[in-house]
Design a protein around this ligand. Structure first.
Ligand code: AHR
Length: 335
């Protein structure tokens, strides 16, 4: 088990019968695209065919997450990875999952763009005997037998850490804050907003506006431009990810103000560009969200296919950085 993860004490989940039939299914499945002359016929029968539906390519975090998955779920590591990019559209993810069901892959994994609306397609996977692993984002479903395991960060905690730091630094100053939300209905948007709001409740930091920037730099910049036109007294921005924070920096500079000084900025993620802006004094604090989920996904997928017990919830451990910590961490930053 990779070291940088701690396990939540959730119930173990085994479906021995399903798993046994999956092992059979896996060994019957010929590896796809065999034009590379690998000559590994014995090992090939153990290859796990995994269909992964990614949210999109909206942020630096997402690029690092995709790389981690593609670098880990390799042929050498026993996988035949089928990867699709949903371009931040739920209908594309549902279509991809249905196609993986049709192809009778051994395991389906996906990072749901929004929390709700998954039950029907997950029922279809369950009826087909194909286990599902959630990575990064959760689904909001009453029926937790629709997936085997959920690997990812605690987003409420991330928002709470961001808010607690804001209170520590700025309570008593009467700060007016604005929020750049992630994609409407996405787990990290809902949870980070809640965590931050809970943490600043009771302080004199006032959230005066909150709008979605869809986790992208371009939309973060546009929304911040609107905020700056509407309010001339913004003291603090809480951006649900680095990319929107970086967009906000551009808007603040274009408005003739100094990001990190005239307007303080707190973000979530900790990708290289964000960490560089933090080290440069343009961002004030970043709560990390670890995108390197490939190793845990590989391990859980292997266990599920082998019929072994897996934990229902695996919580990724995240750090947090102020400007000095960012300077120290940057040289070794992997993403
Ligand atoms: O779900 C994780 C979030 O999605 C990251 O914080 C954000 O950058 C990404 O787009």
């Amino acid at each position: 088990m990779s070291k940088n993860f701690r396990r939540a004490g959730a119930a173990l989940f085994v479906t021995a019968l399903t798993a046994a039939s999956l092992v059979a299914c896996s060994s019957e499945q010929a590896p796809q695209g065999g034009g590379d002359g690998g000559g590994e016929s014995a090992a090939a029968s153990d290859t796990i065919v995994l269909g992964f539906s990614q949210v999109g390519a909206e942020s630096g975090w997402r690029a690092a997450n995709t790389k981690s998955i593609q670098d880990t779920l390799t042929k050498e590591n026993g996988f035949d990875l089928k990867f699709s990019d949903a371009q931040q559209k739920q209908e594309n993810q549902i279509q991809a999952i249905r196609s993986y069901i049709q192809q009778q892959v051994d395991v389906i994994a996906f990072s749901p763009v929004v929390e709700t609306g998954w039950d029907a397609v997950l029922e279809e996977a369950k009826s087909a005997g194909i286990p599902v692993i959630l990575t990064d984002r959760a689904v909001n479903s009453e029926d937790d037998t629709l997936y085997e395991s959920f690997i990812g960060s605690d987003f409420v905690e991330e928002g709470k850490r961001a808010g607690e730091w804001a209170v520590e630094q700025y309570d008593g100053e009467g700060y007016k804050a604005v929020e750049l939300q992630g994609t409407t209905g996405a787990a990290p948007m809902i949870d980070r907003q809640q965590g931050f709001a809970d943490a600043i409740a009771g302080s004199d930091i006032e959230m005066i506006d909150s709008q979605t920037g869809n986790f992208t730099r371009t939309e973060g910049k546009q929304v911040m431009e609107g905020f700056l036109q509407k309010y001339d007294d913004i003291d603090l921005v809480f951006a649900h990810n680095d990319d929107m924070g970086l967009g906000a920096i551009e808007a603040i500079e274009a408005a003739g103000k100094v990001p990190g000084k005239d307007i303080k900025i707190i973000t979530v993620d900790g990708v290289k560009d964000g960490m560089q802006a933090l080290a440069d004094g343009k961002i004030n604090y970043i709560v990390e969200c670890n995108p390197l989920l490939g190793p845990d996904l590989a391990e859980i997928a292997k266990k599920v296919v082998a019929g072994e017990a897996v934990e229902k919830r695996i919580v990724t451990q995240d750090e947090a950085f102020d400007q000095e910590a960012a300077k120290a961490a940057l040289p070794d930053r992997q993403y």
